[in-house]
Design a binder for this molecule. Structure first.
Ligand SMILES: Cc1ncc(COP(=O)(O)O)c(C=O)c1O
Length: 381
């Protein structure tokens, strides 16, 4: 018999849409969150060299010292923050890092506060450790930025963690330093711990990025190579762990994960040495695609209500179109464009569709033309 914990796990609808879209011919994929760039050549060469020189065995569970030092140096370079390499734990991606974090932090029945909308998988991580999810609504008219007062009202003595994400999936919102500092204060006042998923750091447009580590050391900060370095299938990430949790997270990593792939960790060191000009070029490309889609959504007469500033997503309200957002997603799929229904990301997003612009500009332009055509045929409410 399937466990209750397993039975309660909800599907990741974006993946379901991808499966259906793959059965159709000639579909443009605006549903997936996977960068269409290749990792830098030097990263590939480093992985191959490392493989050839025999780095195919286990490493220490917390990861290779060279990579942990390189990550600590990355925080100094990017944000001017001093991170002790002993607090860096390497994981096979950000997602396993989140699993370790939840296991180290949350007891059954304790609350984890997240925003709504939120990354689709977060509630399932909380369920895995039998925690309880409490959500704080975000509003498009406020750029999907958290209100500190709403968090203050939601946090209680039962709250163990605030699970935050910036730049955010699915909204593309980027939190400023004042908001992060305010959320750190709310957490500290209630003996709760911020858990901040920074996997989209490096992909922000026209705004400064801040890590939670600028405001507190009492936070779990998660990141990885999937997005910034377009290394989704390599499975490499890290967690910066509060000093008191280093030992438990290491024991959990030893037992649950063993380690991240050895030669991929060497490639991670090379990725962190990517020249800033290469990343700036990628950012410019994403920004141009974002502008294309933002203009299109406005031309469709849909209410965007904000400018997404990071990651490669935007969330558009489609409640003016006939049917619910699932119907609109089906309509677009029939027209040859796959998008993700907002319900994947929480009740507050049920009237929305998420568009990803991790696809080249030509494909985005074709998708826009297809949606132009289909919208010309439907009655508005
Ligand atoms: C907010 C967020 N966190 C984590 C992940 C997964 O990252 P990783 O590939 O490092 O496990 C994703 C993937 O889409 C994401 O959107």
């Amino acid at each position: 018999m399937v466990s209750q914990r397993g039975a309660d796990v909800t599907p990741f609808i974006a993946m379901d849409v991808l499966e259906r879209a793959n059965e159709l011919d000639d579909v443009i994929h605006l549903e997936v969150g996977e960068p269409d760039f290749a990792p830098p050549d030097r990263v590939i060469e480093t992985a191959v060299d490392s493989l050839r020189s025999g780095n195919t065995n286990y490493t220490a569970a917390r990861g290779k010292p060279e990579l942990r030092r390189a990550i600590a140096a990355h925080y100094d370079r990017e944000y001017g923050v001093d991170v002790d390499p002993n607090r860096v734990v390497i994981t096979p991606g950000t997602s396993p890092g989140l699993l370790l974090t939840m296991a180290a932090l949350v007891d059954p029945g304790e609350e984890v506060v997240l925003t709504d909308p939120h990354y689709a998988c977060y509630p399932n991580f909380v369920r895995m450790v039998e925690g309880r999810v409490r959500t704080v609504p975000l509003r498009a008219s406020e750029g999907f930025q958290p209100r500190i007062a709403d968090f203050e009202a939601a946090v209680s003595d039962d709250t163990r963690a605030l699970l935050l994400n910036s730049p955010a999936n699915p909204t593309g919102a980027v939190m400023d330093g004042e908001t992060l500092a305010g959320l750190a204060d709310v957490a500290a006042a209630h003996d709760a711990t911020p858990v901040v998923d920074e996997v989209y750091h490096g992909l922000s447009y026209d705004v400064a990025e801040h890590t939670m580590l600028e405001y507190t050391d009492d936070a779990f900060v998660l990141n990885g190579f999937s997005k910034r370095f377009a290394m989704t299938g390599w499975r490499l990430g890290w967690v910066i762990v509060p000093p008191d949790y280093v030992d438990v997270v290491n024991r959990l990593a030893q037992n649950l994960l063993i380690c991240a792939p050895n030669f991929v960790q060497d490639a991670g060191v090379a990725a962190l040495e990517t020249p800033p000009e290469r990343l700036a070029e990628i950012r410019t490309t994403y920004r141009e695609r974002r502008d294309l889609l933002v203009d299109a959504v406005e031309a469709w007469g849909l209410d965007l209500g904000y400018t997404p500033q990071g990651a490669y997503y935007l969330l558009a309200d489609v409640s003016d179109l006939p049917g619910d957002a699932l119907d609109v997603a089906d309509l677009f799929l029939d027209a040859g464009v796959a998008v993700t229904p907002g319900v994947d990301f929480g009740d507050e997003a049920a009237d929305y569709l998420r568009f990803s612009y991790a696809t080249d500009a030509d494909a985005i332009e074709t998708a826009i033309e297809r949606i132009d055509r289909v919208l010309a045929t439907v009655e508005r409410r």
